[in-house]
Design a protein around this ligand. Structure first.
Ligand code: FES
Ligand code: FE2
Length: 407
């Protein structure tokens, strides 16, 4: 990526601040059918299509420190073992024995010597998932141990971030990341460690919360005492990328502003004025949003918990501090961020209540909310538009704006 990358983006953000209307060729966006948030048949289609293929963030290498380290990733209701193979790379297996589905690990995390061993009848598997030990072999004359493997998921790493994909034919993670990967490769990703994890239970369909992360139009009402004081929501550049990914780069109101919660923290190697004086927020379809600061970044991951509840998982990554306790500065930074999230959460739960109201409209989207429309277009593509009842479809409007490139 050329050195002028940040400069070009800063110019493009400045041009957004000055615009007086959407571009002349920007299409009118039809309202989003409200049934997409509450119709059981639609939600069932969404559930099947959205989470069973496609790369999903699952863990960080810090959580798998040694060969044999594992954790159980259970965000989608099917427990998956993430395991560090002795070759250094992660593997992902469903936590279900090939015999009769017994659990291979019980703890949420730990470290295994050389094998996975089922608790029910003791069948064991090596770290490639091959059956390596079978008690009373004489009773299974038909079984060919070499063909007996744990069901696995694709599992790949970008920096220290580990993603899984249930589709064995999926394209490689780096190809799927596209421009999001280009952006992050400017930064010293290997220096980022997992600083903190926080979970929020939220009473709304996960899309309602996600949509709040895809626009800054609400800053001037919901975050008047927080984000709106330092981010200039009108100075926002948005880019729509293939596969449903997108980004939003918003300028700080003043070049002098510095996040008081991040003062004194080291910068990520490779960070520039783009991160120092703006908020680049990247979205990986379907459920990861990360607003990047020069000193660190939270991953906001949204997971459905049924149709009317969701889990927001916030993971903080930042340059390490050597050995010892986490610097005390982090308490304030995390609390500042959580305060902003609580402003969002309080609001989105009201919208969920309104989904039951005859007064709930089909949401209307303005130009600054086009990433939301794009997200829904992508959902329909995943489901297959022909499978969706016509009244609940989102007709594609934004194809012409989708680009592989940065400005
Ligand atoms: S279910 Fe695993 S050994 Fe029987
Ligand atoms: Fe918000």
């Amino acid at each position: 990526m050329p050195d002028s990358f940040s400069q070009r983006l800063l110019q493009a953000i400045g041009a957004e601040r000055e615009r007086r209307a959407p571009p002349a060729d920007f299409p009118a966006l039809p309202p989003l059918p409200a049934g997409r948030y509450r119709d059981p048949a639609f939600l069932a289609l969404e559930r099947d299509a959205l989470w069973r293929g496609g790369w999903l963030y699952a863990g960080h290498a810090d959580e798998l420190p040694a060969p044999g380290s594992f954790l159980v990733w259970d965000r989608l209701g099917a427990p998956v073992i993430l395991l560090r193979h002795p070759d250094g790379e992660p593997r992902a297996f469903f936590n279900a024995c090939r015999h009769r589905g017994g659990p291979l690990v019980d703890a949420k995390s730990g470290c295994l010597d050389t094998q996975l061993r089922c608790r029910y009848h003791g069948w064991s598997y090596d770290f490639d998932g091959r059956l390596s030990g079978l008690r009373d072999r004489r009773d299974f004359p038909q079984l060919a141990p070499a063909d007996c493997r744990l069901a696995s998921l694709r599992c790949e790493r970008f920096g220290n971030w580990i993603f899984v994909n249930a589709d064995p034919e999926a394209e490689p993670l780096r190809d799927w990341l596209g421009p999001v990967g280009d952006y992050f490769e400017r930064l010293d990703l290997d220096s980022l460690r997992l600083v903190h994890r926080e979970l929020f239970d939220i009473n709304c369909n996960f899309k309602i919360l996600l949509e709040g992360f895809l626009e800054v139009y609400h800053l001037g009402n919901v975050h008047t005492g927080t984000v709106d004081r330092f981010l200039d929501y009108r100075a926002t550049l948005m880019l729509l990328w293939p596969r449903g990914h997108s980004c939003m780069l918003t300028a700080n109101r003043s070049r002098d502003w510095q996040d008081p919660g991040a003062r004194g923290m080291p910068e990520i190697g490779g960070a520039t004025d783009l991160e120092r004086h703006n908020n680049p927020s990247l979205h990986l379809f379907p459920n990861l949003v990360t607003p990047v600061a020069a000193t660190g970044l939270p991953f906001n991951l949204l997971w459905p918990q049924g149709d009317e509840r969701s889990l927001l998982e916030v993971l903080w990554f930042a340059p390490g501090w050597g050995d010892g306790e986490r610097p005390a500065l982090w308490e304030r930074r995390i609390e500042n961020y959580n305060r902003i999230l609580r402003e969002d959460i309080e609001l989105v739960e009201r919208i969920q209540e309104n989904l039951r109201s005859p007064g709930m409209p089909d949401p209307l989207l303005g130009y600054a909310e086009r990433r939301i429309y794009y997200w829904h277009e992508q959902l329909d593509q995943r489901i297959g538009a022909e499978r969706i009842p016509p009244g609940l479809r989102v007709p594609p409007r934004l194809n012409a704006l989708v680009t592989e490139d940065w400005p």
